[in-house]
Structure formats: structure tokens, C-alpha cells
Design a protein around this ligand. Sequence first.
Ligand SMILES: Cc1ncc(C[n+]2csc(CCOP(=O)(O)OP(=O)(O)O)c2C)c(N)n1
Ligand SMILES: [Mg+2]
Length: 279
Amino acid sequence: MKKKTSIKELELRANMIRKSVIQMLAEAKSGHTAGSLGMADIFTALYGTFLHYNPKKPTADDRDYLILSCGHICPVLYATLSSSGFFPEKELLTLRKLGSRLQGHPERNCIPGIETTSGPLGQGISQAAGIALGLRLDKKKNKVVCITSDGEHQEGQVWEAALFIAHQKLDIINIIDRNYIQIGGNTEDSVALGSLKEKYDSFGWNTLEIDGNKMEEIVEGLTKAFQSKGPVAIIANTVPGKGVSFMEHDASWHGRAPNPEQAKEALNELTKIEEGLKK
Ligand SMILES: Cc1ncc(C[n+]2csc(CCOP(=O)(O)OP(=O)(O)O)c2C)c(N)n1
Ligand SMILES: [Mg+2]
């Protein structure tokens, strides 16, 4: 573990990340809101407490690797990276603008802290496997954490990688955003995923299931995962659109940005949450 940050402090930071996400998307007038808000707590815990990194030396040999497989939720990664010192926060408002480094899907070698280019779903867990195998060959202990979404588990490549990783006993933590939505509605109405816990268990992974919006559970789950050897899957049950009442559990916010009025309302709600947390 990198450093101990209190649960309250992490909750406050996650709420700030949500505010940044709303501001970025409203300014861009496009982008993926629901998954970005839903995963803010997990990204905050990872960068606030667990991952080892130096924002001044983002490619340092001893860094941990965070692979964002579901690239469309990059606003939450951009906001977390900038608040962790990787690049100036004012750059966040250039999201999706012509010439900006912060495109709608992340690009490697462009933004400090971004390890892989992603957007086409289903590939990140294979990239994590390659990185973990390379680290093993080099006898290095850097952690490899992959963030995947539930929708991308409808891609066959994910399961091939899951088999390979278990066979090789690679040290990978795969955090799965189990929010039950995808581009066209509920995941179970599209191609049902059923119990991802049972599936990962049967593939030979050590599998945990957590509430991905409860900071204590996130910290407890990540503590176990970071202390484990071999593949660990964390099924993180999250609320898409978390923190903004009119976005929560509504798949239409998968790839929609708030208009100015909606952004104002969303920021008001998040400010109320912040005030509640400060009491
Ligand atoms: C290989 C591939 N097929 C289709 C898409 C288009 N696409 C982008 S996001 C998305 C939904 C995937 O579900 P999930 O990642 O669970 O979405 P969320 O929870 O963020 O709504 C789809 C189909 C893509 N990016 N890559
Ligand atoms: Mg989803």
C-alpha cells in the first residue's frame, strides 16, 4: 500500500472527481457520463492509496500499471490523473477538443500516466497479461491493475485472456465495473452475463465481490487484492451515474453529456453531497 488516506478524505476526493467529470463533459458537449461517475470511488482509492507512481516520472521502472480497458470512461481517469499531479487540472476542460491531448478515448504516449490506447472493448485484459508476463520475465514486482466493464465481457477475447492469466498464474487485479448497463440498455437483455463471480471462480481466479461505491468496501477489497498472489477479479457492483439522481441507473447516460442546465443541477447535487460529507 502506498499511503494511508482516510475513508472520509477519499470520499471527498471522489466527489470532486465527479464534479470534474460533469464539468468536462458539459464543456465537451459529448462523452460517457454514467460509467465515469460510477467508477469515481474506485479510481480515487487506487490513486489515493494503492498504486505506486510518481507523476513527475510517469514511466519510472518501479511504477504500477493501470490499464483502462473500457477506454470510453476515460474522463474519470483523466480527472484522477490530473488531481494526482500528472498534468494541470485546467487541461481537463479541453476534453475532446481538436488538438487536445485528452481525446474521447485515451491514447498512449500522449498523456502522462496513460499506459495503453483503448476504446475498442475487450483488449485491455490481454494487454495486462502481456505486461504482467513481461514483468515476471524481468523478475519485477510492479502491480498490474486492469479496469474492465461488464459490457465488454460479451467479447470472447476477455475469456481467452482470463483462461491464459489463470493458467500462467499472473499477478493481475482485474476490477470489473458491474453496473448492468451498456450502450443499448441492460446488459442482461443484450447478452446476459449472469454471475461474473461464478464465472471467474470457475476460471481459477481468486474472486471478490464488493459494492464499488462504498469506500470502506473498496479499500478492504483492494487491500486483499494487493496482498494476493496470482489473478484476482474484483466484481465491483457500481451505480451508473452515481451521485446525480437523474442519471443513476439510466442507460441513456452511457454516452450522453449533460446540457448546461443538467450540468448545473448535477453540480448542485454533488455540492450537497460534499457538504454532507464535511459535517
Ligand atoms: C469492440 C467494440 N465494440 C463496440 C464498441 C462500442 N461501445 C462503446 S461503449 C459500449 C458499451 C459497452 O458496455 P459497458 O462498457 O458496460 O458500458 P457502460 O457500463 O460504460 O455503459 C459499446 C458497445 C466498442 N467501443 N468496442
Ligand atoms: Mg456496463
